[in-house]
Design a protein around this ligand. Structure first.
Ligand SMILES: O=P(O)(O)OC[C@H]1O[C@H](OP(=O)(O)OP(=O)(O)O)[C@H](O)[C@@H]1O
Ligand SMILES: O=c1cc[nH]c(=O)[nH]1
Ligand SMILES: [Mg+2]
Length: 213
């Protein structure tokens, strides 16, 4: 279940929305937060991959030969924007265990809200693969924009961005920078506060996942 407007799709499946409500609650434990993010990743992965192309491949069942559908082309790449992206990545890999993984180390400077890059490692042949970039939060959009610039510099040309929460300001900035990249989210929240946090949001996703700060 989803609603698409322009290149933004809000995945409004009731299970996702229910789990997201529990994640937003400030009383939810670290263990609960992490488990829910993984479960939501399963449900979102299902939607973001629903149009993947299939091809028929020959196999043998215990009973007979047959041609059976399999995902066409090179293995998918999941690109996680560290740290919080790893919470979604874990759930995505549960469903697509053979996917290749890119790690993109970026945090945002608390004062300037500009992205600071500290790590990049990606599989080969990005130009021939679908790349799904994951990060729970699209706030100003600066981190996602920078991550996707890096991937494009390495040849990526078929990219989707998956997050849990997006701010309208972030979507606008991101769309301007990367109009060719569809965005999938579970919610578009109200606004950013003066410190660049999503309101009502869920706080700092990385801190809530890992118990920092
Ligand atoms: O859209 P933006 O304004 O760039 O904000 C979103 C970014 O902020 C958070 O990461 P953070 O900088 O807290 O790093 P962390 O995951 O290591 O905690 C979040 O996971 C995004 O990567
Ligand atoms: O609300 C926000 C904004 C950026 N990063 C987060 O983790 N939360
Ligand atoms: Mg953080």
């Amino acid at each position: 279940m989803s609603i698409t407007e322009g290149n933004v799709t809000v995945i409004d499946h009731p299970l996702i929305q229910h789990k997201l409500t529990i994640m937003r609650n400030k009383e939810t434990s670290i263990a609960g937060f992490r488990r829910l993010l993984r479960e939501i990743a399963h449900l979102m992965c299902y939607e973001v991959t629903r149009d993947l192309e299939l091809e028929m491949i020959p196999i043998e069942t215990p009973m007979s030969e047959m041609n059976s559908p399999a995902i066409k082309g090179k293995k998918l790449v999941f690109a996680s924007i560290l740290r919080a992206g790893n919470g979604l990545l874990d759930g995505m890999l549960d469903l697509v265990p053979a996917a290749r993984v890119a790690h993109i180390g970026i945090y945002r400077d608390h004062e300037t809200l500009e992205p600071v890059e500290y790590y990049f490692k990606a599989p080969s042949a990005l130009e021939d693969r679908l790349i799904i970039v994951v990060d729970p939060m699209l706030a100003t959009g600066n981190s996602a924009t920078a991550a996707i610039e890096k991937l494009k510099e390495r040849g990526a040309n078929n990219i989707r961005f998956l997050c849990l929460l997006a701010a309208p300001e972030g979507i606008e900035n991101f769309n301007k920078a990367h109009p060719d990249v569809p965005v999938f989210t579970a919610s578009i929240d109200s606004h950013l506060n003066e410190k660049g946090y999503i309101v009502p949001g869920l706080g700092d996703a990385g801190d809530r996942m890992y118990g920092t700060r």
